[in-house]
Write a protein that binds this ligand. Structure first.
Ligand SMILES: Cc1cc2nc3c(=O)[nH]c(=O)nc-3n(C[C@H](O)[C@H](O)[C@H](O)COP(=O)(O)O)c2cc1C
Length: 242
């Protein structure tokens, strides 16, 4: 089984999303999957120009010469992980550019799916199943509402399904080096590894692991208090420097 992850965080390997993806892929790899972790920020990905050449003049091929052609080849994997931090209730601009540039995978014709909804056929006839990984700065799972719907729609549009979704609220804590947090973060990282091990071995994440993954890493009120304390201290430092 081949799993390829695309991470749309501008912070790349220094980001919280990266910590989630790395742990998830580590578990999958331990369970026998072949994995690849791609940081989109390190790739050259231009905005889609909407020229339609990939549909009409050079079917399946974009006019922009950048890293996207090679990245589209990765859609031969069994599973792709779409990973992004939440930015303004949505995916990052990097992830959106990447998603827009997957359009050459589709034919221009419009067909109806089994529910009568329109979509374009996929040239290769298949899209890998999706796993969605995201984290956000606020506490509360409601912040992922837009993302959940967005990826569900993209899966439908491309004739695939979502195998698993892992959303981490209060995720700004993931890369925090404070020793007091270490046991809590280690426990969460192990859960991510367990989730992917289950997924590779059993084809799904168990209900128990899914539930555990949703538990707050630290109590939400404590998280918010620490975050506000941190911001106040940083702003105070700035004032002193002036
Ligand atoms: C431009 C910007 C917009 C953001 N928008 C939201 C948001 O709408 N809701 C939220 O909870 N967090 C938001 N965040 C916080 C990030 O989701 C959070 O810091 C996350 O841990 C970043 O992940 P990364 O380190 O992988 O980039 C935003 C951060 C930035 C920089």
């Amino acid at each position: 089984m081949k799993i390829v992850a695309f991470n749309g965080s501008p912070r790349g390997a220094a980001g919280n999303t990266h910590i989630m993806v790395e742990n998830f892929l580590a578990g999958a790899s331990k369970a026998g999957a072949e994995t690849e972790n791609i940081l989109l920020v390190d790739k050259k990905i231009g905005h889609c120009r909407g020229c339609m050449n990939c549909w009409l003049k050079t079917p399946g091929k974009c006019v922009i010469q950048d890293d996207m052609e090679k990245l589209l080849e990765k859609f031969s994997a069994d599973i792709i992980v779409l990973a992004t931090p939440l930015y303004v209730d949505n995916v990052t601009g990097i992830m959106k550019d990447f998603l827009d540039r997957t359009i050459p995978r589709l034919e221009p014709f419009i067909e109806r799916d089994e529910n009568g909804e329109c979509r374009h056929p996929v040239r290769t006839g298949r899209t890998p199943e999706f796993i969605v990984i995201s984290n956000c700065g606020f506490t509360g799972m409601e912040h992922f509402q837009v993302l959940k719907l967005l990826f569900r729609r993209i899966a439908r549009n491309t004739g695939t399904s979502i195998l698993a979704e892992i959303y981490r609220d209060g995720g700004s804590i993931l890369g925090n080096p404070m020793p007091v947090l270490k046991p809590f973060l280690t426990r969460y990282n192990r859960l991510l590894q367990k989730a992917s091990e289950e997924l590779v071995k059993d084809g799904r994440i168990s209900d128990r692991t899914e539930e555990k993954l949703k538990n707050p890493i630290v109590p939400p009120e404590q998280y918010l208090k620490s975050a506000n304390k941190y911001f106040a201290a940083e702003l105070q430092k700035l004032k002193k420097e002036e």
